[in-house]
Structures are given as C-alpha cells and as structure tokens.
Design a protein around this ligand. Structure first.
Ligand SMILES: [Zn+2]
Length: 691
C-alpha cells in the first residue's frame, strides 16, 4: 500500500521474497538506456489523448511489444529492471571469480551464487538437504511438538506498512517494527499466514475461474508429494487442501488487513493463551526465541484465534502432511529440477500466466540479491550511481518537498492547526536517496559453497536474528527496507521516512540527458506520490513522530473522505474484464498518492521555471512533455492471469489506469485540448483535487 510498485509479479513464493527481480536474456539490448526523452515511436496519434491517454502515449508500443515467455508482464519498468539486473548479475558473477583482493562480503556473494548454480550437485543430493526438516515434521507426535515446529519455523517475512507484504506461507508471519502506539520502541507484529496460494480469495471466491485454479492446485499438491515419494499422495493432497481452505475461511480480507486502525491490537503473552487456545504458546514462543517478549501487535486477531483452533482440531496426520508439503514448496527453488519445474507449472503458469521458466542464472542472481541485498547493493552503487546523480536527485526531492509545503499552505479545507502539524511532519520527514547512510553487516551470515539450500535457510535465519536483535533497542529511522538495486520507492509511515533506491533514479525515469520537465513528470511524480503517503488517509493516522494518532480535525477528515469517495467511484468504473473491475476502495491510498504526486510534481516543475517559459522539445510543449513522460512511465503490457491476480491482491491500480491519473489535473485539459464527451473528460467539479 505504501510502495510505488512498478514491480513485476513473480512466480514462486521465494521469488516474491526476492522483491521482483526479473532478468532479460544477456544478449538483449537495453531500450531503457538507449532512449533519452519521450519514446516518440510508442505514441499512437490515431487515438485522442482525451479518449484514452494511456493508449495515446503508448499505443504503438502496445501493438508491437511482446511479453517475453518467461514473464507475466513487460514495459518501461521491466526494461529498466532488466538493465539493472543485468548489471547486478554481472557484479554477482564477477564476485564468483575468486581473487586475493576480494573482500569477505564479495566472497559471500560469489559463494551464494555459485552454490545456486551448481545444478549437478543439487541433482546429486536430491532431497537430502531437506531430510532433517522432513524427519522432524514426521516425528511430531503431539500438540506440544506441533507447537514447537510452528514456532521454530516463523521468519521475519511480512511487512504491514512499508513494503506491504502481507503474505507468508508459514502459519504466522512476523514483522519487527516501531510500535504504532509508542514509536520509540520496536514490537513484533503477528500476521495471519499458512496459505500456499496468494490470498484467501483463491480458496473462497465462487467464480468458475477461481474454481478451476483450485482444481489445478490440488493436482499440484499431489504431484509435489509424489515427487517427494510420500505415500497416498492423492488422499493427502485432498486433506492438505481442505486444511488450507479452513485456514482461508478464518483469514481477514486484503482490504481489512490493510486497515491500520483494525490491525493495531496489543496482546500480551497471556492473551494468546486466553484468546487463541489450541497452540501451546509458551512452547511456540520459546521455539521462536521470543520467550522474553511480553507484548505483541496482533494484526488480525480473529484469524490468529481461528488458526490456533485449527491447530487443536485438525488431526496430527493432516498437520504433518501439510507441514511437509509447505517445507518442500518453500525450498522448491533450491531443490532438484523436477521440483523447480513443478513449482513453476503451478505458481508461474497457472497463477501468473508466465509461459517459460527463467534461465537458471537469472534465478541465481535473484536468490543472491534476496539473501545479501545490501552487500550486492553496495557493489551496485559504487559502479552505477554517481555522486552527481545523488545530488541531482536530492535537489529534485527538495523541490518536491517545497511544492508540497506550498500546497499545504494553500489548502482551503484544512484547519490552521492541522496545517501546522502537517508542516511539522513535512519538516521531520527523512528522505533517503540512493542507498542507506550505513550498510547492513553480513559478517554473521555463514555461506557455504556447495550448500545451496543450507545457505538459503541460514540467510532466512540471519534475517530473523537481525530483526530479533532490534527488540529493546532504540528505533533506527535510517534503516532501509528496499535494496539500492531495486526499481521502486517506498514510504515508511511509522519512521516518517522515504526510500528512493538508486535503481529507480536512472533513465527512463530520471535522466540528465533530457529536459528536466520530463524528470518531473516521471520521477517527480514518484517522489510526490511517496511524500503524499505521509499525508493521506493513512498518513493522517501517523504524527510527525510516527505515532498512530490522528492529528487531523474531524472537519479535515470529513472533507478528505468526501474527496476520497469521489476517487473510489472514479476507479470503480475501470473494468478491464467483464467479470472483474478495479476495486476503488482497495486501491484508494495509492490512487490518492498518484493524484497528489502528479499535482505536486507539476507545481514543482512550474516553480523550477522561475516565471520563464519552458521550451518545446520533440514536437511537444513543456506541459505535454510533462504529462507524456508520466504516462510513458506506466508503459506496460500484462498477461490476463497476472492482471487478474494483481486486481485481487494489489493495493495499486493497473498501470493503464495509473497513467489516466492526468484527468484530475486542470493543466492536462488545455495541454491536449481535451473536450467534453471524450471518455476521460471530467467536468471541473468532478476532478478530484485533494492536495
Ligand atoms: Zn504508494
């Protein structure tokens, strides 16, 4: 909900953890690097801008672009991600060449990658690396042992407010972050989990499409168990599916899970025993190394209650089968080829519509970057993010912050006392540009050459331990949640800070070789988007110190909600499929941020002219360049199943509709001579101006 998310949907659970890194073939040219300025060839001049601005800006490209077989979508983001990942891949492969001058950290990178690439070794070992886990699960003889296994397998694998990853295949997910009621300290957040498919809708939705996916899923479970030589695979698959179905029925919906006011529930250790019987909680927490922690934030209380009850009511046999299946699925990327192929057949083909499995080296780069993110990021920044570009990006951020401040001053609906608090929050906003002030220390992570699965498991434990160690320490506002080599940006509400990774600050979004107005339309809008999250319906809930505490007056909020309701209605009309529309409520925060970000970027660009006229370029006026640069930054083609998955699970509207944000800005109308009666035309009173 808080990220900018130009991300691509990935095909496996572990790939999701790798934050969407997707690579092109090593031989492909990089269009992203070749084009400076607007992509003129992409524009379809047969389409009126006021009828379909996304198609006007990108139509010719859409006609000819092919989504590569190993991807679920493709576009400007994917091209930039490809370029970045090719560079990252080269850095990682260089790290695999041992040299005397190599740092210990570079050697870790090289060894992690080389272990993943050792297919022969992985085939030869078969399921042996997973045997200890499978034996442990098979030996579970009572509820106490089951509770120990469940507690011992939790990871720091979810994130409610920053990266907004609400999914875990473990029964519960943990997030270690600033306490929303007391942001001076860290607290563990407990989230619902336990489903192998992406969301409860996949289990509960009555449509024939989802029913068909459920059929494919049961067959997938059976094939995985068969590959692992587990007896009675068919019957077990049915029971595992039924258990997941029961878990899904107690899950909160995505919409409810994104509601911060519903999620900030304080539970003591005792509350778990009273309110969620079924799990032996003292054993669970000891296994999770949380026995000393007295307070937790339980994000979806009734789901925790429901899941704990299932731990007691379902047979131990079913739980053992379920845990064995989940252990195999979780490790699939690191197992022999038959498991990788089966994992892709369901998670890639069925769930995302991707046609071909990506080459192994690309997956190896993803896996390495996921395990040693900032170590790889350090190498990336040294080579590809110059101090000059960091300075230029910081200046752009400063101009956006100033423009946002101006907007706050000029608002006619916000009470003066709220404006004071808004300005205070803007003044304390910590904006990270390019990379973190201090790098993460990976020296405690043991990477053993030749032990691919062990490296993966140790990297997850390392991350868990790093998060456990936060408890009891002061909250670090300088921490980053994105790697520098990631094409994305994020707002961290409880830290009142933003991260703009180096990789999003490059062409075609940010380019010293083109008119600055185009940078305002693309990266300026991204920066404005992230800043505005600090002041939207969610941002209103967090004060300058990151405390969950509404600092708006009732009237401010009422006005804001009325405008927001109009934006919900605007997006509810977007219907990419006859049976599926964009959910205006689910995507509201992001849509508000898109409108605000674009508006503020426009102001900042106008202010940068200091009263002078901006020059025309490539046959377009400066205002036209601004809006076209924005719409082309959303250039994207996406496969049907992936688009469906995104509409169901994502807090962002699909790219095409994000490009159409322009219809809410008055300046867009004269720039493209948009007339009443055209599909995107909004009468002045229907344009939503929140900021
Ligand atoms: Zn956002």
């Amino acid at each position: 909900m808080k990220t900018y998310t130009r991300l691509i949907i990935c095909f496996t659970v572990t790939a999701l953890i790798s934050l969407g890194l997707v690579l092109a073939s090593p031989a492909a040219d990089s269009p992203a690097a070749a084009v400076h300025g607007l992509d003129l060839a992409a524009i379809d001049r047969s389409i009126k801008p006021g009828v379909d601005f996304f198609a006007y800006a990108n139509g010719n490209w859409l006609k000819t672009a092919q989504i590569p077989a190993d991807r679920s979508s493709y576009g400007s983001d994917a091209m930039l991600i490809e370029l970045t990942n090719k560079r990252t891949a080269a850095l990682i492969r260089e790290a695999d060449v041992r040299s005397a001058s190599q740092s210990a950290e570079t050697r870790q990178i090289g060894d992690y990658y080389a272990s993943f690439m050792d297919e022969t070794g992985i085939e030869a070992r078969g399921l042996t690396p997973l045997a200890p886990a499978l034996q442990r699960i098979a030996a579970i003889a009572d509820r106490a042992a089951l509770s120990r296994e469940l507690g011992g397998s939790v990871l720091a694998d979810v994130d409610v407010l920053n990266n907004t990853n609400l999914y875990t295949d473990n029964l519960f997910g943990l997030w270690f972050a600033a306490d929303l009621s007391d942001p001076t300290r860290y607290i563990p957040f407990v989230l619902q989990g336990g489903l192998d498919m992406p969301d409860r809708d996949y289990y509960l939705d009555g449509s024939t499409r989802m029913a068909a996916i459920r059929g494919e899923y049961k067959a997938h479970i059976e094939r995985v168990l068969t590959l692992a030589h587990l007896a009675n695979a068919h019957a077990k698959a049915g029971r595992i599916f039924d258990l997941e179905h029961r878990i899904a029925t107690v899950h909160w919906s995505r919409e409810d899970s994104e509601d911060v006011l519903k999620g900030n529930n304080r539970w003591t250790r005792r509350d778990f025993e009273v309110r969620a019987p079924g799990i032996d909680w003292p054993i669970f927490f000891k296994a999770a190394r949380l026995e000393a922690q007295s307070e937790f934030t339980v994000w979806q209380p009734s789901a925790v209650t429901g899941i704990a009850a299932l731990v007691a009511s379902e047979s131990l046999d079913t739980w053992r089968d379920y845990l064995a299946f989940h252990a195999i699925e979780h490790a699939a990327t690191y197992l022999p080829k038959a498991f990788v192929v089966e994992n892709f057949a369901f998670h890639g083909k069925v769930l995302a519509g991707t046609q071909a499995l990506r080459e192994r080296w690309k997956r190896g780069v993803d896996a390495t970057s996921a395990a040693l993110g900032e170590a790889v990021g350090k190498l990336y920044v040294q080579r590809y993010f110059s101090p000059a570009e960091k300075t230029r990006a910081e200046a752009l951020v400063a101009s956006l912050v100033a423009a946002f401040g101006q907007r706050i001053d000029n608002l006619d609906w916000m009470a003066p006392q709220t404006k004071v608090k808004a300005k205070e929050k803007l003044a304390t906003l910590k904006v990270g540009v390019g990379y973190p002030d201090k790098w993460r220390d990976y020296s405690g992570l043991k990477v053993i050459r030749g032990d691919a699965l062990g490296n993966f498991e140790r990297s997850q434990q390392f991350e868990y331990q790093r998060n456990l160690a936060k408890l009891g320490k002061p909250v670090d506002r300088s921490e980053w949640v994105m790697n520098p080599q990631l094409v994305n940006a994020v707002n961290l509400p409880a830290l009142n800070s933003l991260n703009f990774p180096a990789a999003i600050l490059q062409p075609p979004y940010f380019d010293p070789a083109r008119p600055a107005v185009m940078d305002y339309g693309a990266t300026g809008a991204t920066i404005g988007h992230e800043i505005s999250h600090s002041f939207d319906d969610q941002g209103a809930l967090f004060d300058a110190g990151g405390r969950l505490h509404n600092w708006w007056t009732k009237e401010d909020l009422a006005h804001f909600k009325a405008s927001a309701a109009r934006l919900v209605a605007q997006y509810n009309t977007y219907r990419p499929f006859p049976d599926l529309a964009v959910n205006g409520k689910q995507t509201l925060s992001e849509n508000i941020a898109d409108v605000a970000g674009l508006s503020v970027a426009y102001d900042a660009y106008r202010a940068s002219l200091h009263g002078k006229d901006a020059s025309a370029a490539q046959g377009f006026s400066a205002d036209q360049q601004f809006f076209l640069s924005f719409a082309q930054s959303w250039q994207q083609k996406i496969r049907e199943p992936a688009l469906r998955q995104r509409i169901v699970t994502d807090g962002h509207a699909p790219a095409a509709y994000r490009a159409d944000t322009v219809r809410n800005l008055d300046a867009w109308y004269p720039a493209f001579d948009v007339k009443p009666g055209e599909a995107l035309y909004l009468a002045r009173q229907d344009r939503v101006h929140i900021w």
